[in-house]
Design a protein around this ligand. Structure first.
Ligand code: 13P
Length: 341
């Protein structure tokens, strides 16, 4: 594999492929396991993720990279093979979540700043040795009548830019993820309010990336789609696609090789339909693909249910979702393909 940042980023954004976000922190993966009544032990987390990474058809054909949590990057499969080697053998690139999570932002009630910059240079050097070639950092912005404040937007954009520059210094491609959440409180905002906030956030992020001297050709953007709040009316697939593309065209430089969306609480099929609509019939300067967590894993998680006899069923469910999203990444998904499964 080539080690230039630009080549790694281009491979992450390869046509018809996308990223598997399997980097749930210990707290988040416990919530997912609770939902299927499976105990959140280190071995169960390993077995679950090994099942995903050994889904050969999905991994080889539809997944360009996998975002891991620190524990997983160091873990071995049941037969002793490092999980990183299983990912690499499938042709996908291992990546690592390096942020320390969103913490309350002083003097900004209801808002957060993502921590983790102190000591990051040393941690990145170790992650590189362990095989990671890209990283992820998520900033979180919530919408209400008075939020986000410009203080929170700028603090998070600045942290993302400092993180991105440190990654590139270490030979690691940064995934820059400024998430405007759809499922915050009250979550009743309109798609147009999401447009306005996402535009403001992306402008701030690219201004900070520029100031920090980040190489855009070696950077992947992971944004939210422009979409109604979880508790608001639901815009049509076409409206989400049109408004998301308009917002991205207004803010994201054409030098960015790939934009890989988070799913953010959309259903599996909504996340696929939106991505496909954006890619169908639009002439775009960047690859538009997926970096889904929940929308790639939900069906697999429930098919598995923590039982070794269900591993094949879990892999079938994951392979189906990965295939549907791979088709969406080239604008070739249709609802009929879901039923053909
Ligand atoms: P979701 O697709 O579940 O939003 O997760 C993606 C992710 O990595 C959030 O940081």
């Amino acid at each position: 594999m080539s080690e230039r940042l630009e080549d790694i980023a281009a491979a992450m954004a390869a046509s018809g492929k996308g990223l598997l976000a399997a980097d749930e922190s210990s707290g988040t993966i416990k919530k997912r396991f609770d939902s299927i009544h499976v105990e959140c032990t280190e071995e169960n987390r390993r077995d679950y993720r090994e099942m995903l990474f050994r889904s050969n058809e999905a991994m080889r054909n539809h997944i360009s990279g996998v975002i891991l949590f620190d524990e997983t990057l160091r873990q071995k499969a049941a037969d002793g093979t490092p999980l990183v080697d299983i990912i690499r053998a499938s042709g996908a690139i291992p990546g690592i979540k390096v942020d320390g999570g969103a913490k309350p932002l002083a003097a900004h009630p209801g808002e957060t700043i993502t921590e983790g910059l102190d000591g990051l240079r040393e941690r990145l050097a170790e992650y590189y040795r362990l095989g990671a070639r890209f990283a992820k950092w998520r900033g979180v912005l919530s919408i209400s009548s008075s939020l986000p404040t410009s203080g929170a937007v700028h603090a998070n954009a600045h942290a993302l830019a400092r993180y991105a520059a440190l990654c590139q210094e270490a030979g690691i491609v940064p995934i820059v993820e400024p998430e405007v959440v759809m499922d915050g409180k009250p979550g009743d905002h309109s798609i147009d309010r999401c447009f306005e906030v996402t535009e403001q956030v992306l402008r701030a992020v690219f201004a900070e990336l520029y100031a920090a001297r980040v190489n855009l050709e070696g950077t992947i953007l992971k944004p939210n789609m422009v979409i109604d709040g979880k508790n608001a009316r639901k815009a049509s697939v076409e409206e989400v696609a049109e408004k998301t593309i308009r917002c991205l065209k207004a803010t994201v430089p054409a030098l960015i090789p790939g934009i890989a969306f988070l799913s953010g609480g959309q259903s599996d099929e909504e996340a696929t339909a939106h991505l496909s609509a954006m890619n169908a019939g639009h002439d775009l300067p960047w690859q538009l693909t997926f970096s889904y967590g929940r929308a790639l894993q939900a069906a697999c998680l429930s098919a598995w249910g923590g039982k070794s006899e269900n591993v094949a069923a879990g892999q079938r469910a994951f392979t189906h979702r990965a295939k549907m999203n791979g088709l969406a990444a080239t604008g070739n998904w249709t609802p009929a393909l879901e039923k053909a499964a």
